[in-house]
Design a protein around this ligand. Structure first.
Ligand SMILES: Cc1cc2nc3c(=O)[nH]c(=O)nc-3n(C[C@H](O)[C@H](O)[C@H](O)COP(=O)(O)OP(=O)(O)OC[C@H]3O[C@@H](n4cnc5c(N)ncnc54)[C@H](O)[C@@H]3O)c2cc1C
Length: 340
């Protein structure tokens, strides 16, 4: 285990990414307090540092010559609590699912549908994490961050974050803002439960639960996720490798003429979202294995490391998939995972 707040050299990043890729960081620091984080990042000694949280949304394709910081700042504080709501500030290094469990213990609602998403709280705004009909933006109030371009501490409101589908100002300005804490507003009673998502509804129905508690919704989500997605501890993966592409209605209509069964969802005005997993499956990749890498047998959006894969092998497979989808459907699928 690395000593906190101490510069180490030549550290394997295998335990720090859920793909389980074994690359080396020339310099590495585990940071557990905000003062050290600020000092290191503002010092200009390490202008190109890479921050890693849970490492569940990164693909490492080479050894990193720069400083890699594993953010491990902890702390949860209730800032204020009214009859209906509580605002809670969470330090960036808290594990997201641990925080969800904390909220459930304190009967705070709003994030139960986001149970079991890997990663840290501080990273959750970066791609506006979402699952089963809920996104982080639904409970987000503000966050604190370090602006590495201006070398100053900044505060972001929900509007400043410009959240979109797996997108935010942080993702669009990669590496510029390092989030240090997040404030969320959760419900203390009259929880706004969202059980409209098909899989949750049928799971609860199967259990004979008509009016679920937030704990029961969380349990249903956990059970669905465990049955559908590979556990990175068992089979290295980064969750959905690609975002679902959004195309104009005219383009979609053309594709639909050839593939009448194509699944799709309306997305804002004049746009349609197509499940990337379906497109990849149509190209014949689902369940395929290529030596140490492959596409998961139950979920074509998930690329997996069967053991000792190199990051480049996974990236090569991802690019082949992108090309096949482009050739077959004339649709570009953008990686959701951050490639380094
Ligand atoms: C099995 C599995 C299932 C998943 N399911 C979902 C899902 O349902 N919904 C969903 O939205 N996502 C899902 N993901 C993706 C992932 O969990 C989220 O993107 C998560 O927020 C990543 O957090 P992390 O701390 O692991 O990020 P990391 O992988 O450590 O970092 C991701 C990126 O954010 C940057 N970063 C890290 N910390 C900070 C910070 N404090 N400030 C600014 N930038 C930072 C990194 O430099 C990197 O570019 C899944 C992943 C896996 C492996």
């Amino acid at each position: 285990m690395p000593k906190p707040n101490t510069l180490e050299r030549n550290v394997s990043l295998k335990p720090y990414n859920t793909f389980g890729i074994d690359v080396t960081a020339l310099q590495f620091m585990e940071i557990d307090d905000n003062a050290t984080l600020k000092e290191v990042l503002f010092s200009k000694e390490h202008p190109d540092s890479l921050i890693i949280g849970g490492g569940s949304n990164i693909l490492l394709t080479k050894d990193l010559e720069r400083l890699v910081i594993h953010l491990n700042t902890k702390g949860i504080e209730v800032l204020n609590k009214t009859q209906n709501h509580a605002q809670v500030e969470i330090q960036a290094g808290e594990v997201w699912h641990d925080f969800v469990l904390w909220a459930l213990v304190h009967d705070l609602g709003g994030i139960e549908n986001l149970s079991l998403i890997p990663g840290n709280v501080g990273t959750a705004p970066v791609q506006n994490i979402g699952a089963y009909g809920v996104e982080l933006k639904d409970v987000f109030v503000s966050c604190q961050a370090l602006d590495l371009k201006e070398n100053k501490q900044v505060s972001f409101t929900k509007e400043d974050c410009a959240f979109g589908y797996r997108d935010s100002v942080f993702k669009r300005n990669k590496g510029r803002y390092i989030i240090t804490s997040v404030i969320l507003e959760l419900t203390t009673r009259n929880h706004q439960k969202n059980i409209s998502y098909g899989a949750i509804a049928s799971q609860l129905k199967e259990q004979g639960i008509e009016h679920p508690s937030i704990n029961q919704i969380s349990d249903a989500v956990i059970s669905i996720r465990q049955s559908k997605l590979p556990d990175p501890k068992v089979l290295g993966n980064g969750g959905s490798f690609f975002k679902n592409p959004v195309v104009l209605v005219e383009q979609f209509t053309q594709i639909q003429k050839q593939y009448p069964d194509i699944p799709h969802y309306n997305f804002g005005e004049n746009q349609i979202k197509i499940p990337a997993g379906w497109l990849i499956e149509q190209c014949g990749y689902k369940g395929k294995r290529y030596k140490e890498v492959g596409v998961h047998k139950n979920q074509a959006l998930v690329l997996v490391n069967y053991g000792d894969a190199k990051g480049e092998q996974l990236w090569e497979l991802a690019q082949n998939i992108q090309k096949s989808v482009k050739d077959k459907f004339n649709v570009y699928i953008e990686p959701e995972v951050n490639i380094y």
